[in-house]
Design a protein around this ligand. Structure first.
Ligand code: AMP
Length: 580
């Protein structure tokens, strides 16, 4: 897409931004305060003053819940300067939830320019690493726009990706470099969309220079779909006739333009796919692909091994760290191993502050009582919680992510993504905290009370051994009369318990369940004293008996084996939870 000169300019820009990180951060804050100091929100605290010191001492550090009343007023159509002077043009719906619904993040026109810039810079880095500026080729990117909603005030509310895919800049400049016709990304039926995107990618397999999606999970879902549908895809390619169940007119029209009878291509794809092992399948199907794109850091790191298995040695590329609130960091070494990936913050995107946090053993403990530090003042090896002050009306806002400083590029720090605060279970972009899980378990176990069962212990983990992954909740039960839980558990009631738990989980979880991107939650009942055996294990690993609380989520393979070897029954609900 970029010429050699554009690429040079892009790389030069990264050097300049990272070299002048401090100065640029000061300018960004100054600009935000000068523009928005008179808003209802900021004037409550700084009353027209725009100096940094005043900002730091008077503007509070907040969470979404603190600013939600202001955001809701904008979403409901109030037009006065509530949070931001520039007009709000739409809202991003974040995967973080508030009261069970996605958070709404205000977007101004400036955000659009920033995301184009970030996209271009990220591309320059790929070009530099692969030296493929002049190589022709297409990307097979499996992407899905999600349905948009409208706020009471008439604003669009949609995901960052949906907004990007509908941007005319994307449609004109990027979409033509991808194998998926743009219409297939907008199809509201995910199965039809996936089928057509894979079909398009297979038809153009000799041109494909990279495969991927946004997150590792989506790539794995595509592979699973391919496994289930390759026969049908091959027969479509052989006959040049699209399956009748593809009824979406956008998909049909777009795919018909590239689908021609090609028995030879169909045979070679069928030969590859009918092999017993799918190890290296991506490399075999798309022999010119040089890498797999898709985020594999943070909660996505649980999928690295599986993706490597299918990738056949193709490097995994996580190029960007961003959230609905702000674009944050770029990976300057896109071909680095997932465990070595760090994101370099570019100082022109937002004003960033970092609240030091203590890392205590495997879990984050209480925050050190200290002040947030500026971008250029973070310390190597230290863990921080990210705060952003944006051009679009968020001030000292806790994103909820924990990052670790791994180095510097010029004067800009590089961070490894550690975890999302308080999230213990995540298959996709769902975020389930310890308290969400407790609530779900508490609601489900009410069904067992009348039957005389008591839930002694529970814990959880994400099973990613199958695609899609799913939540597993281990339960150890006892009866009120004694310890004997071998008494038959009623499968109908246990399935209902699974259903109740899923009903209690957040909107994003249920949305992915609806799309089959997360499989049904499973309760595994373990025999008596399993959790004592688990505790013995943790004690051998150094846990203190007197302080032992039991993990809300199992991370260790050995601990998992202890529980899995004691499972006496497994249940899941055939019904999916209702979205609302
Ligand atoms: P959303 O606001 O719904 O787009 O979700 C953004 C969140 O996704 C971030 O706050 C992170 O928790 C997570 N995320 C985004 N990019 C990455 C990345 N490169 N590595 C790990 N987690 C990420």
């Amino acid at each position: 897409m970029a010429s050699t000169n554009d690429n040079k300019d892009g790389l030069k820009m990264i050097e300049e931004l990272t070299t002048n990180a401090q100065q640029i951060q000061e300018q960004v804050l100054q600009q935000i305060l000068e523009t928005n100091g008179g808003t209802e929100y900021l004037s409550r605290f700084i009353n027209g003053q725009t100096d940094k010191q005043c900002f730091k001492t008077k503007v509070p550090i907040v969470t979404y819940e603190d600013v939600k009343p202001y955001i809701d007023r904008i979403a409901n159509g109030e037009t006065s300067n509530i949070l931001v002077t520039e007009p709000v043009v739409e809202f991003y719906t974040s995967t973080g939830t508030s009261g069970g619904l996605p958070k709404l993040i205000p977007v101004t026109a400036q955000v659009y320019n920033q995301r184009v810039l970030y996209f271009l810079l990220s591309n320059c880095l790929m070009n530099k690493q692969l030296g493929d500026l002049d190589k022709p080729g297409k990307r097979m990117q499996v992407l899905f726009a999600k349905p948009e909603t409208e706020t009471a005030g008439g604003f669009k509310a949609r995901t960052v990706l949906t907004s990007l895919l509908k941007d005319s800049w994307f449609i004109t400049n990027v979409s033509k470099l991808c194998t998926s016709p743009i219409e297939t990304l907008f199809c509201s039926d995910n199965n039809q969309s996936m089928f057509c995107q894979l079909l398009s990618g297979l038809i153009q397999r000799d041109e494909v220079v990279s495969v991927g999606s946004t997150f590792a999970t989506v790539v794995l879902r595509a592979i699973k779909f391919l496994e289930d549908h390759y026969e049908e895809l091959c027969s479509n390619i052989k006959t040049g006739r699209l399956s009748d169940w593809i009824t979406d007119s956008g998909c049909r029209n777009a795919v018909s333009l590239i689908l021609k009878p090609n028995p030879e291509l169909s045979d070679s794809i069928r030969n590859i796919c009918s092999c017993e092992s799918w190890e290296g399948i991506l490399k075999k199907l798309w022999p010119k692909a040089e890498y797999i794109r898709g985020i594999t850091t943070g909660s996505m790191s649980q999928y690295v091994e599986t993706l490597e298995f299918y990738g056949g040695g193709l490097p995994l590329v996580s190029s960007i760290y961003m959230c609905s609130e702000a674009i944050c960091g770029l990976n300057l070494e896109p071909l680095a191993k997932p465990s070595d990936v760090s994101y370099t913050f570019l100082p022109n995107m937002a004003y960033f502050e970092f609240l030091p946090v203590n890392k205590d053993g495997a879990t984050m403990s209480e925050q050190i009582q200290s002040e947030p530090v500026d971008l250029v003042n973070v310390r190597l090896g230290q863990y921080y919680e990210l705060l952003v002050t944006t051009f679009a009306g968020l001030y000292r806002y806790k994103v909820g992510d924990i990052l670790k400083v791994t180095g510097f590029h010029n004067n800009a720090p590089q961070f490894q993504f550690v975890e999302t605060q308080n999230v213990i279970l995540s298959v996709e972009s769902d975020k389930t905290s310890e308290s969400d899980l407790l609530k779900a378990v508490t609601e489900a176990k009410t069904l067992l009370d009348p039957l005389g069962f008591i839930l002694r212990w529970y814990t959880s983990y994400v099973d990613t051994s199958s695609i899609p992954g799913h939540y597993v909740i281990f339960w150890e039960l006892m009866t009120k009369e004694g310890d004997d839980n071998t008494k038959e558990l009623d499968p109908m009631i246990m399935e209902e318990c699974c259903y109740k738990m899923e009903e209690s989980l957040g909107f994003i979880y249920k949305m992915y369940r609806k799309e089959n991107a997360i499989a049904a939650l499973e309760i595994r009942v373990v025999k008596q004293a399993s959790f004592e055996a688990l505790m013995d294990y943790y004690v051998t690993q150094g846990a203190s008996v007197s302080q032992y609380k039991g993990p809300a989520c199992i991370k260790s393979k050995d601990a998992l084996k202890i529980l899995d070897s004691r499972v006496i029954a497994r249940f899941s609900s055939p019904r999916k939870p209702k979205l609302l």
